[in-house]
Design a protein around this ligand. Sequence first.
Ligand code: 5GP
Ligand code: MG
Length: 186
Amino acid sequence: MANGETNLHEHLDRVLFDQVQIRDRVAEMGAEITREFAGEPLTIVAVLQGGALFMADLIREIRLPLEIDSISVASYHGATESSGTVTFHQTRMPNLRGRNVLILDDILDTGRTMRAIKDKLRGECSPKSVRSVVLLSKSIERAVPIEADYCGFAVGNEFVVGYGLDYQGRYRNLPVIGVLKEDFIE
Ligand code: 5GP
Ligand code: MG
């Protein structure tokens, strides 16, 4: 490409979901959440960094008053498989007392991250309810039996990047979701 640009799309073996598919599905999810939380005090808690893009798009499809907050965890530590431990990065927990909380993450894989966050928020933040929304869910037998209350798309047992999802900190800004070519995985 000209001007020193990198075409990140060329790093993909294949695209699973393009921008239109993502936009349409996120709009459907927003409509469903709007119906189900109408009249309730809703706080969306995004799991950073991966949930950032999904959060930004989803909240604009929810036609309700809501608050947003975030928490930061890591479980992959730069690899392409979950390490099995969930590390919480922040010292301050969000103020969720009496609120209906919707934990928002990019992808549900082993289930460990969602389980750990749900337990921590329930134990430490006195919310009225805790539910979860993920853009993607891997169709696998989970290490921890947990499913999301709202899910955008099912994916197979492969490592995906784009639309917030990274490999070693990169590819989050790719507007589509896809599978990396072998050449780009160390
Ligand atoms: P779990 O704890 O369910 O195994 O993993 C959830 C977290 O691992 C997600 O928040 C996400 O950060 C990361 N993760 C799981 N699968 C993938 C994947 O296919 N690609 C990327 N980039 N991250 C993933
Ligand atoms: Mg994550």
